[in-house]
Design a protein around this ligand. Structure first.
Ligand code: SF4
Length: 320
């Protein structure tokens, strides 16, 4: 089959749009979607100037998603002095897992000449995920601990360097899975939180004095297309399964979505579009509600929380 836009052979077929694209047009279409998302989400603040540039912190894991995001943002803004990119990689302390992907991160940021920081759970918190799963004082899945620690380091570092945006490489599949999980778990508060943290209008989120706004410019691109883009461009992405991966429920939702997408192409896009609209309505309702928890500083570390001690400090206390 030939490309819809030229006579070259197609390297991919997107059932949801009917497009058959050759290598060149496929690469261009991924980049176009990311740049369009940057524009639609208004990520470049009107206040950004060459004299007072915005700092965008990218959470770079070394997997295909964050590597593709970093590459495309670098190419988009390399000549734009209003935007400065910085990358942060987090080392969880998992034997044989992060070392290879850290190499991929270093290759990429060296190649693109992007400032890059590496933070380790061990150095920052005195714990390694390999030990956390052994102790497991809260009888929780490994990812439940790891997610709390990772979010804390990402947002803490974003605040430390006075970043204007914190960007992550969530793709369309990730976001459609999260949307469906929140619905199926009936977790309305989580839907409101998700909207407030990373989906709502950036102009409003920029006003928060407590959190650096998050952005997910890759969320219109399906996971398989991100992987194909990384492969075609020969990017140094490292794909390996974490030995503590425990997101069994997400795996079930992923399989469900594969089946739905196969039989009803476009399902992921429609789930996400509907979810974002509904989440906005839910977030407004939660903002107005009287039982909205008040934000305060954690007694131990000073980070913003709704409790006396933040979740990260509570977990660390349980671990020692
Ligand atoms: Fe952490 Fe879970 Fe990711 Fe492993 S799979 S790095 S435990 S969040």
């Amino acid at each position: 089959m030939d490309c819809n836009r030229c006579d070259e052979p197609a390297v991919m077929h997107a059932a949801y749009s009917g497009a058959h694209l050759c290598e060149g047009h496929f690469v261009e279409s991924v980049e176009t979607r990311v740049r369009r998302r940057v524009r639609r989400d208004d990520l470049v603040s009107g206040d950004a100037t060459p004299e007072a540039p915005q700092t965008w912190l990218i959470g770079l894991s070394g997997g295909k998603d964050s590597v593709v995001l970093t590459q495309i943002l670098h190419e988009t803004f390399a000549e734009d002095p209003r935007i400065e990119l910085v990358c942060l990689t987090i080392h969880e302390g998992i034997e044989g897992y992060r070392d290879k992907s850290l190499e991929a991160c270093l290759d990429l940021t060296d190649d693109l000449d992007i400032p890059h920081e590496v933070l380790e759970y061990d150095e920052e918190f005195g714990v390694r995920m390999d030990d956390v799963v052994e102790d497991d004082p809260e009888n929780m899945a490994a990812c439940a601990y790891c997610g709390v620690f990772r979010r804390d380091l990402l947002s803490g570092y974003a605040t430390d360097i006075d970043a204007d945006l914190l960007l992550t490489g969530h793709n369309l599949d990730d976001e459609a899975q999260t949307a469906l999980m929140n619905f199926l778990e009936g977790d309305v508060a989580q839907i409101a939180k998700h909207f407030d943290a990373s989906l709502g209008p950036l102009s409003e989120r920029r006003e928060s004095e407590h959190f650096v706004p998050r952005a997910k410019p890759l969320r219109d691109v399906p996971e398989k297309e991100v992987a194909l883009y990384a492969h075609l461009r020969d990017l140094p992405a490292h794909i390996t399964e974490c030995p503590h991966s425990s997101e069994a429920y997400r795996g079930e939702i992923q399989q469900l979505l594969y089946g739905l997408e196969e039989n009803h192409p476009g399902t992921r896009h429609s789930i996400l579009a509907g979810y974002e609209e509904l989440a906005g309505i839910v977030a407004e309702r939660y903002d107005d509600s009287e039982d909205g928890a008040e934000l305060r500083s954690c007694r131990e570390c000073g980070s913003t929380t709704t409790r006396e001690i933040c979740r990260k400090c509570a977990l660390l206390e349980a671990l020692v």
